[in-house]
Design a protein around this ligand. Structure first.
Ligand SMILES: Cc1cc2nc3c(=O)[nH]c(=O)nc-3n(C[C@H](O)[C@H](O)[C@H](O)COP(=O)(O)O)c2cc1C
Length: 485
């Protein structure tokens, strides 16, 4: 589906708006004639960059925002997609390659542990290389639509990391809202909200270096501060850094994801952004395109961002007139196809399917038991030969199911182990290493899968108890948050 802002329809609504207040915004689904020139200032959008105005976008989500999820969101009409936050350190020094089988661009790094072909396969690698994929993107379907989100606490590192990916993406966004200890203790995410000069310094450095070199824009995603004056002071500082867009997650840092988003400061944030010509996206409890349209009208923002609702059902990007929300089975089957096309890591695929399939559906438990793409296809009733063939091919590439590297029998001769660890070029030793690697990795993979299954179960239970709590009243303050990003 084309971006609403690129259709004559959306521009049309904007023309009507042009006669109104300069700060009034364009609904995401529109039905009136093109925008006339207004006196509203607008920071220039770099030639390869994207204007966030009139867009409904997929939020950055660690784990849930990997490539197949983004492709699915685009399929159902998301105008832009944010990738999961990636920390600057992990990107600096990464290698870029094109996966010859899938055509996807992959950024890879050497893992910290020893070589193991079994590990390479388990980690979704191309061929028998040893790198782990830290970021994967689709150069065709995501072209001009992918915003890369950085986790950073340092201007120099931010620029160095952005340079690694900037030629492949349509924008660089800085995460200034993640409250997780990993981020905050590292001075990243929400920690930056308390250090406006540092955050502004990072954005200024990015805005100075990246747009001229790569022709894309820089943006930031923040949370609300406790009071409107505090938030206003922060936003006033940030909109002068050269950014083209600002997303405000309408929760404060201590707020749990389950707490309703608060919108009391939203008009003020939008106003400050608009005075500086910066696009303002709202985020927090936006659940569908139709609702986003209403919120955009009500608060005068330029667009909206959806996270949790899209994690469960990305067809929330489709308006009612275009078909509205699709059933979970259709969504899960499409997701599976995208996951196979890009050779997504099986544990991630399982996790996402668990978000999409209702806990009560029999497929939910079946999917939990699956250990290969072939089994996923069966559990989701994908009967056509094409899907089954693709599943088998994906299993072959990722050494899953019938192609899994079998556990080697226990080594009796300890000397063999010592020799194997010498890492020389002897063929027998290499074979021994592969067997050991297979054995070790197979155990490790099993542990990871069990852990992942527990997490999914835990999340589902929390999810369902949260649903019950919503009916019963507000959750106790001590209730664990499913995801506290
Ligand atoms: C699974 C998950 C992962 C998230 N990861 C990120 C992230 O990498 N970067 C970020 O800025 N926000 C992250 N968030 C926060 C969302 O982008 C969004 O701000 C938040 O969920 C509120 O939107 P919602 O009410 O639509 O869920 C994450 C949220 C979830 C649920």
């Amino acid at each position: 589906m084309a971006s609403m802002a690129e259709t004559p329809a959306i521009a049309a609504t904007a023309a009507t708006a042009a006669t109104k207040e300069a700060t009034e915004s364009t609904p995401l689904t529109a039905t009136t004639p093109p925008r006339a020139a207004t006196s509203t200032p607008r920071v220039p959008i770099p030639p390869r960059g994207v204007d966030y105005r009139g867009k409904l976008v997929l939020a950055p989500m660690v784990r849930s925002g990997e490539l197949p999820s983004r492709l699915l969101a685009l399929h159902y009409g998301a105008d832009l997609v944010w990738g999961p936050e990636t920390v600057d350190h992990s990107l600096i020094g990464a290698t870029r390659r094109i996966n010859p089988r899938t055509g996807m661009i992959e950024y890879t790094r050497q893992p910290s542990h020893a070589y193991s072909p079994a590990h390479a396969n388990a980690n979704n690698e191309a061929g028998s290389t040893t790198e782990s994929v830290i970021y994967r993107l689709d150069p065709v379907r995501e072209k001009g639509k992918l915003v890369f989100q950085l986790g950073t606490s340092d201007a120099g590192r931010a620029v160095a990391a952005a340079r690694v990916v900037a030629a492949d993406v349509a924008g660089i966004d800085v995460n200034a809202g993640c409250p997780k200890p990993f981020s905050v203790l590292g001075g990243m995410g929400a920690a930056l909200l308390r250090e406006p000069d540092k955050l502004a310094g990072i954005l200024e450095a990015l805005a100075r270096e990246i747009p001229p070199e790569f022709g894309i824009g820089v943006s930031v995603k923040i949370r609300l501060l406790e009071t409107a004056p505090e938030t206003e002071a922060l936003v006033r500082r940030l909109v002068r850094t050269g950014i083209t867009g600002l997303t405000v997650h309408c929760r404060t840092t201590p707020m749990r994801p389950r707490e309703r988003a608060i919108r009391g400061q939203l008009r003020m944030v939008r106003q400050v952004c608009h005075e500086a010509g910066v696009a303002c996206l709202m985020n927090g409890d936006v659940e569908s395109r139709d609702q986003a349209d209403e919120l955009v009208r009500e608060f005068g923002v330029d667009g909206a961002m959806i996270a949790t609702a899209a994690e469960k059902n990305p067809s929330c990007f489709r308006s009612r007139v275009d078909g509205g929300l699709a059933g979970w089975l259709e969504v899960a089957q499409r997701y599976l196809r995208f996951a196979m096309e890009v050779e997504n890591r099986i544990a991630n695929t399982k996790y996402l399917l668990a978000q999409m399939i209702p806990g009560k559906a029999s497929a939910y438990k079946e999917v939990q038991r699956c250990r290969s793409y072939t089994e996923f296809a069966q559990a989701l009733g994908c009967d056509d030969g094409g899907m089954r063939q693709l599943a088998r091919e994906t299993d072959r590439m990722l050494s899953l199911g019938e192609f899994e590297v079998k556990r080697a029998p226990k080594q009796k001769n300890k000397n063999n182990n010592i020799n194997n660890n010498n890492n020389n070029n002897n063929n027998n030793n290499q074979k021994g290493q592969q067997q050991q690697g297979g054995q070790h990795e197979s155990k490790k993979r099993k542990r990871e899968e069990e852990k992942e299954a527990e997490q999914i179960e835990g999340a589902k239970t929390r999810d369902e108890s949260a649903k019950r709590a919503e009916v019963a009243g507000p959750a106790p303050v001590t209730a664990p948050a499913a995801v506290a990003v």
